[in-house]
Design a protein around this ligand. Sequence first.
Ligand code: G3H
Ligand code: ZN
Length: 283
Amino acid sequence: MLVTSKELLLDAQKNGYAVGAFNTNNLEITHAIVRAAEAKRAPILIQISAGAIKYAGLEFLPMIVCKAAEQASVPIAVHLDHGPSFDLVMKALRHGFTSIMRDASSLPYEGNVAEVRKVVEACHAIGVPVEAEIGRLGGVEEHVVVSEREALMSDPDECARFVADAGFDFLAVAIGNAHGFYKGVPKLDFDRLDAIRERVDVPLVLHGASGIPDYQITQAVEHGIAKINIDTEIRHAFATTVRKFQEENPDQIDPRKILQPVIAAMQAVVERKIEIFRSAGRA
Ligand code: G3H
Ligand code: ZN
């Protein structure tokens, strides 16, 4: 069933698990995510980014994903991931999204607050919750020295101020996480996460979770993360399974036959994450 993310994340926060938020670009990824959620009886978010909308079409992809969520036997929220503008947020709402991220984290503090507040006002008027981010993920790389690395992370006091000033529902934090695969083993800053948790009462979100070792994901959940984003590992399963299938079946040209094992491989990735996030059986 199609729900908003607020009820999902508040339950996760209360009961010590995280809801998986999985990115989709097309029909096959959407099928894989929904099948995994149903198999594991888990509430989930399906995320659509601006890039996915550009690729698959604003009329088209949300229609597929919202229909899949409506028909699913578990609660699913359809979420705009890293919403880059007020304009796209409005379009997403019009196309049935039940959860919004407005990512203005690249702006100076006041600009971030102003952008998020504008979106909060519109979304809350129709009962749609909003995620916002403070701190920077993209530049957190192995070669960045510690002081620079810390400067990019979310500051606990600023997090508290940001929640109070902008009035949104979920906070995405930068605690050593980064998008894409990591160079080396990531090291999440759990002291910082604890300090944020102490000062902020809204559910916390971990972006860039692909490639973070399971034990650190478990710790992140124990330290209060309630939503965890996965994209890259699903893409990896897609690409490697297509390659393997084509090597083994060079004459196969039927997309349905080629993509069947690909869907299964992506479903397996999502099911595994759901287990690690402790959200299996919560639906
Ligand atoms: O917003 C999407 C996620 O943060 C994706 O993270 O690249 O580690 O899968 P990922
Ligand atoms: Zn992200």
